[in-house]
Ligand binder design. Structure first.
Ligand SMILES: Nc1ncnc2c1ncn2[C@@H]1O[C@H](COP(=O)(O)OP(=O)(O)OP(=O)(O)O)[C@@H](O)[C@H]1O
Ligand SMILES: [Mg+2]
Length: 335
């Protein structure tokens, strides 16, 4: 029996396995666009970074968008399934009778609500037993932050909130916003385009700049990047744009945080405020933790801890859950 925890993310997906292996891949799946592409690539399917790097030759799919599994075409179902298959193959999961696989899959909270059945279909024949949980809950479980804590998971497609009260969270304990990494990227792209109309760049470059230079509040350094301007590599200053784009998520996050707190029993509210955990790639935006802490001052103050290495946080939590789960907790996928 192999147990795995999988964090199925909009931009990155991670797997942690009971055999000690863990991997992370970009959540992209691509099929060669035509005969030429197939000849150049010498492959029928590309997953992860490989797919992203060769995207011009591919019909590229991103199985999750804005935190939801796309249910449009068969190709979208296949893309989700291939991504999961790929992750399992990386940890050496065979998924045959000799070595059944039990998987806890963490998905954005919105996908858990609307795509659960669809996910089960995508995983049929790939794993034997399945448990689908919301991603912030998996993070909470992995950190053993199960009582009087709030997890804020700032991903690419969604920012998910959960208040842990020592039991499975209910709908009331969770919130999901579509302002997150992707919305910052789109906004940043728009701002840079407006300021430098002749600069040539893609959303992928914008994302890289953000991951390197993101910040909120006063800048400590200027953010300068190089782009082709009418074909000539040119340095441009994007400090103000970076700040504005990153700060665009602050107000909605504060609002949601303050909206969740009154739902906590009055005598526990202070403990929750002092136990807020910022997870996900977006939690790494410089100075975001202190900025949110400042916003908590008007409701009595709080403490925010940033998870500095968030990549395997969700998948490790899923694995911990898989290890602790009892037979009756599993959803058996009989083929
Ligand atoms: N240092 C950084 N500063 C700002 N943003 C970052 C940084 N590192 C990563 N990100 C952003 O975090 C997001 C990815 O985070 P994460 O891997 O937690 O998301 P995900 O799980 O794929 O998405 P979701 O949870 O929405 O499905 C991306 O938008 C990425 O650009
Ligand atoms: Mg995530």
């Amino acid at each position: 029996m192999l147990s795995v925890g999988i964090d199925l993310g909009t931009s990155r997906s991670a797997i942690s396995s009971s055999n000690g292996e863990q991997f992370v891949v970009d959540s992209f799946v691509g099929w060669p666009a035509d005969l030429v592409a197939r000849k150049v690539l010498q492959k029928d399917l590309l997953v992860g970074r490989d797919a992203l790097d060769n995207r011009t030759m591919l019909e590229l799919h991103r199985p999750l968008e804005r935190g939801l599994l796309k249910e449009g075409s068969d190709r979208d179902v296949e893309a989700a399934r291939e991504l999961l298959r790929h992750l399992l193959s990386l940890v050496g999961a065979k998924g045959n009778k000799a070595q059944p696989v039990r998987a806890v899959v963490g998905v954005p909270a919105a996908a858990l609500r609307t795509n659960k059945q669809y996910l089960r279909t995508a995983l049929k024949g790939v794993v034997d037993s399945l448990m689908i949980v919301s991603e912030p809950f998996a993070v909470a479980y992995g950190l053993n932050a199960l009582l009087h804590t709030m997890i804020i998971d700032i991903g690419a497609g969604t920012t998910d909130f959960v208040v842990m009260k020592g039991r499975y969270p209910t709908e009331d304990d969770q919130r999901s916003l579509t302002i997150a990494g992707d919305s910052i990227d789109t906004y940043l792209q728009k701002l840079i385009q407006a300021k430098y109309p002749d600069a040539g760049f893609t959303i992928f470059m914008v994302r890289e700049w953000k991951e390197k230079h993101s910040f909120v509040g006063e800048p400590t350094d200027r953010v300068v990047v190089t782009v082709p301007m009418s074909g000539v590599p040119t340095q441009i200053d994007i400090t103000d744009e970076m700040r504005a784009a990153c700060e665009s998520i602050v107000a909605p996050i504060v609002e949601t945080m303050l909206d969740l707190l009154p739902h906590v029993e009055p005598e526990f509210q202070e403990r929750v405020r002092k136990n807020i955990i910022l997870a996900g790639g977006g939690g790494l935006i410089r100075n975001l933790g202190p900025t949110l802490e400042r916003a908590l001052e008007k409701v009595g103050g709080g403490k925010i801890r940033v998870i500095e290495a968030p990549v395997f946080c969700g998948s490790d939590g899923g694995l911990a859950l898989a290890k602790d789960a009892q037979d009756s907790d599993w959803d058996r996928l009989v083929n």
